[in-house]
Design a protein around this ligand. Structure first.
Ligand SMILES: O=C(O)CCC(=O)N[C@@H](CCC(=O)O)C(=O)O
Ligand SMILES: [Zn+2]
Length: 343
């Protein structure tokens, strides 16, 4: 659905403008809504919303389309932007909406040349790395985040970043979140309760540093950030958006600074898993022994062979382990899956 707004060309909105490559050059366009909120298009796939009076010192980033074929969260964020522009939603905090990889959205693929979600925290500029569409986009997204934080900074500002995805495989737990690794921290109860309110009742604690977008905001900006998996990859228009209503309601509450009504004890109902082994494609002879039709969170028992190469193998230890994101087709050196233990 598109809205009529002075902000976009006729019959366009954030999603269609980005998808149809209609973002004007130069991209900047700014309007002030009747409620005093300033809405600025900062570039292709980037919209910043700044209320004239913030309720508190929180700053919000909602990103989607870091993988271009993960369409449901893109549609949800597009609705939120439409509702802000139409005055239906009244922002009480600065919000940055980012559509991560418009080039891959257009071809309905996870990425064009390289997985964008491995390129943050300087990985885009690693020694010997050649620039490509995704390395340049990672730099752009980092710069937009930095500028947004700088512009909306207040005393003791607190950044919350939710990077919204959908998964390639089916899952025994349809919705789950991943908490990036930062030494010596655990997710605050309030964040777990927030996840629960969005129907995200499983959280995975990462155990090693990564180049994901949520890791960038966690490490560089000390944000409470999560990658959130909300369901399965489907083409635009084929998502059952009723399955995303809980997360949409939560994002609206955050935008309007109304989440205080979410009780902290909801955190007790969230299942926590720890990553106990990151499967890397080691190259020569690497074989992943996971069938194509295995779902995320499938359990594996003591002694089961998960992967091997010519030098080594990985088998499950005493306690049951669960797999997520198995993918043998990733390039050498990249993550081919995660093994989890339940806390
Ligand atoms: O379904 C899959 O195999 C991948 C889904 C996905 O894109 N997951 C993210 C998780 C990022 C994180 O570890 O925080 C990714 O792989 O980039
Ligand atoms: Zn993804």
């Amino acid at each position: 659905m598109t809205v009529s707004s002075p902000f976009f060309a006729e019959n366009q909105d954030f999603l269609s403008e980005t998808l149809n490559d209609l973002t004007p050059t130069p991209p900047t366009n700014e309007i002030q809504l009747d409620n005093g909120c300033r809405v600025t298009r900062i570039g292709l796939g980037g919209i910043q919303v700044i209320p004239d009076n913030s309720a508190d010192n929180k700053q919000l980033i909602f990103s989607s389309a870091i993988h271009g074929n993960e369409t449901a969260p893109i549609e949800v964020c597009n609705q939120l932007v439409n509702e802000i522009l139409s005055g239906q939603l009244t922002p009480k905090r600065p919000v940055l909406f980012l559509l991560g990889n418009p080039n891959s959205m257009r071809i309905a693929e996870r990425f064009v040349e390289e997985n964008l979600n491995r390129l943050f925290l300087g990985k885009h500029s690693a020694p010997g790395k050649s620039p490509n569409l995704e390395t340049e986009r990672a730099k752009q997204l980092e710069a937009w985040v930095d500028a947004f934080i700088e512009e909306t900074n207040q005393d003791a500002s607190e950044l919350w970043h939710y990077d919204l995805h959908t998964a390639i495989r089916g899952s025994h737990r349809e919705k789950f979140s991943l908490y990036p690794y930062v030494p010596n921290r655990t997710p605050p109860k309030q964040q777990l309760a927030i996840m629960q309110a969005a129907d995200v009742k499983t959280v995975l604690l990462q155990a090693t540093p990564a180049g994901t977008f949520s890791a960038y905001t966690s490490v560089k900006h000390h944000a409470e950030s999560f990658t959130i998996e909300l369901g399965s990859v489907r083409p635009f228009g084929q998502n059952d958006l009723s399955k995303y209503q809980a997360v949409k309601t939560l994002l609206c509450q955050l935008i309007e600074a109304k989440e205080a009504s979410i009780p902290d004890q909801l955190a007790e109902e969230v299942d926590v898993f720890e990553v106990c082994h990151e499967i890397l494609n080691t190259g020569d002879g690497f074989e992943l022994h996971i069938k194509e039709d295995v779902w995320n969170f499938a359990p594996f028992n003591k002694g089961e062979l998960i992967w091997n190469d010519t030098q080594q193998e990985y088998r499950v230890g005493e306690a049951t382990q669960y797999i997520v994101f198995p993918n043998s087709k990733v390039p050498k050196g990249q993550r081919a899956g995660l093994m989890l233990k339940k806390q």
